[in-house]
Design a protein around this ligand. Sequence first.
Ligand code: ZN
Length: 479
Amino acid sequence: MPERKNDIKPVIGLEIHVELLTETKAFCSCPASFGGEPNTNTCPVCRGEPGALPVLNRHAVELAVMAGLALGCSIHEISAFDRKNYYYPDLPKGYQITQYFHPVCTGGAVPITLPDGRQKKIGLERIHIEEDAGKLTHRGDETLVDYNRAGVPLIEIVSLPEIESAEEAKAYVESIRRILSFIGVSDCKMNEGSMRADVNVSVIVDGDHGERSEIKNVNSINYIGKAVEYEIKRQSEMLLSGERPRRETRRYNEDKSTTEHIRYKEETVDYRYFPEPNIPQIRLTGEDIDHIRGNMRIMPEEAERYIEEKFGFSEYAARRLTSSYEIYEYFLEAAGMSEYPNHTANLIIGEIITKTEKPREYLAPSKTAAISDMFGRYEITSVSAKKLVSICSVTGESPVSVAEKEKMMMLTDPDTLKNMVEEAVKESPKSIEDYIKGKDTALKQIMGVVMRKSGGRAEPRKTMAILEEYAGKLRNGAK
Ligand SMILES: [Zn+2]
C-alpha cells in the first residue's frame, strides 16, 4: 500500500459563454436584445426553417477579436464555422453553428487577483464564436420555448485546467467580466444569462487523478465558487474512501448549494462536427486586426492606474470609478469641468453610482461638477451637496438655482459675517469677558449665537476666522 498523505489537489477549467453586444443576431438581422415578448425577435433563419441562409454579422467577429486582443490571444487570419449536430427543442435547426476546427483566437491568459492580493495568470486554450440556443421555460407539465435568444452571437472562452481553488475560479470569472464589460464586448450580466459558465472539476488525491465532472450553466460568480467547493469535497471524499468518480455532467442546485447528477459522459452523443457549408471562412488581414485594435477602449486596469496617477486617488476610489466604462467616462468629463475633482469623485462614488448604473442619464456631468465646486468653495454643506444631487437628478434644474431657492447657500461674504460676529459678541458679554480672561473655549458659545442668527448658514470656517480675529483684538486691547 502506498502511504496516504491525503494530499488533495483540485484541477479546474472553465468554459465561459459570453453574449456579444451586437445590435443583431449572428446570422440574421433580428434584434439581439434581451427580453421582449417571446418569439417576436425571430425570422426564418433563426427559427431554422428549411432553405433559410445565414449571413455572418461582421460586428460579432470584431467583438470576438477585441476579446482575444484584450486577453492576449493569437488572432487567426483564417477561421471558420462548423456544425455541431444534436437535437434539442431549444435548437430549431437540429445543429448549432460554432467554430470547432478553426477558432478565431487561441492562447492568451487572464490575469487574476486573489482576495489576499496574490496575482496569477490563468492560461486560455481558445476563444470561438458560436450562436446561442433558444430558452425553454418549464411550467408544470408544459414546456414553453422562446426563440428570441436563438442565434444571438456569443463567444466561448475555454481556459486551460490551471485553476486550483474556488477562490481562483471566482477571481477568474470576475476578471473576465470586468475586462469584457469595460471594453464593451458584452454586458456580462450573469442574472440575464449573457454570461454563464460550465465548470470542469477533478481532483488528484495523493497523486491519483480521478475523473472530471462538468457542472453546466452556472450563472453567478458566487454559485461558481460554491459548485467548485462542493465538487472538490465530493470527489476527494470518494477517492479517499477508495471509490472512483465517473466522468459526468452535473447541475448546480442553488437551494442546497450542491451539485446534482444529470448524466454520465459515456452516454453523451458524438456531435459529428463538419464544416458549415453556407458560411464562407472568416479571413482577417493584419490590417483588419490593427484596425480593430485601434478602435478598442482603454483596458480597465490602465484606466484605474490613470486615475490613481492623474488625480492621486486611492486604489479603492480608482477601482470604483472604473467599475464600468460609463462611470469612468462620466467621471473624467465631470472632473474636467470641476475645480475640485476629489469632491466630484466622492459625489459619484457615494451618491450617484450607488443609485444608478447610468450616471449620465441620472445627472449631467456639468451639474455634478457644479455641486462639487459649490461644496469645494464652502458655499454649501456636504448634506446640501447630497440633497442637490437627488433634487437635480429628478427635476433637472441647475444646482445653483436650487441651492439659492432652498436657502442652502452658506453666507461667505466677509462684511456680512463680520457684522453678525460683532452683533453676537455684543449679545454675549459674559462669554467675551471669559475669553478676554483667557478661556479660549468661550468662543464656541459666541459661534453658536452667530449660527442661530444666520439660520445655520454662516460658513463655519470663515466665521470662526473672523470671530477669532475680532475677539483677539478685544483681548489684546484689554491687556
Ligand atoms: Zn432571425
